[in-house]
Design a binder for this molecule. Structure first.
Ligand code: GRF
Length: 185
């Protein structure tokens, strides 16, 4: 089973997925919308092919998603795992990979969707936040929830400390859920 990771940032989740020894799929493609992203160096290190695109080079979202779908199909990809990909999927991508696109988000959705979910939760003063893995749809961090793990906000926590615990939780959860999804198919 071949899978792609879509990421535009640091790539800590990508790193953890790549280092999971019993991963039920092979990550053979990284899709990235930012040529400066650190995750590209990580992909190069692992010998994973990279498709970097600049949305501004395309006339429309439809056009760049058609190009992405072409790359995915050429590579024989059957699953897509988003890890810090900051774009909303459109009908072209969603239609080509129905129920095969999964995202990880650093809050207990439907609370705190969108950008800076950890900062949003911290500022709201909640005592419990967490991590969600979900199928994506046309919304922002909406779509059927697959798994959630709570993370407690401790008294005296700084936002940085909370972020570290949430990321650690993400790194434990994502490879497990990826394996469960692929093995259930
Ligand atoms: C993660 O917190 C993920 O939940 C969110 O984007 C972040 C990506 O982090 N969607 P990294 O690039 O994997 O370190």
């Amino acid at each position: 089973v071949k899978a792609a990771v879509f990421a535009s940032g640091t790539g800590s989740n990508f790193d953890v997925i790549m280092n999971t020894e019993d991963l039920a799929c092979e990550i053979t493609l990284l899709v990235c919308d930012n040529p400066e992203a650190q995750v590209i160096q990580k992909a190069n290190k692992y010998g994973v092919a990279v498709f970097v695109f600049n949305p501004k080079d395309y006339p429309s979202k439809k056009a760049y998603e058609q190009q992405i779908v072409k790359k995915l199909q050429e590579a024989g990809i059957s699953w897509i795992f988003l890890a810090g990909y900051m774009r909303i999927a459109g009908p072209v991508l969603l239609g080509a990979f129905e129920n095969k696109i999964v995202n990880i988000h650093p809050s207990l959705l439907p609370a705190f969707p969108g950008k800076d979910a950890i900062g949003q939760a911290f500022k709201a003063g909640v005592k419990i936040t967490g991590v969600t893995v979900h199928f994506i749809d046309e919304g922002i961090d909406t779509g059927p929830i697959i798994a959630q793990v709570p993370v407690t906000v401790l008294t005296g926590d700084t936002e940085t400390e909370l972020k570290e615990r949430i990321q650690k939780t993400e790194h434990q959860l994502y490879p497990k859920v990826i394996n469960q999804l692929i093995q259930a198919k």
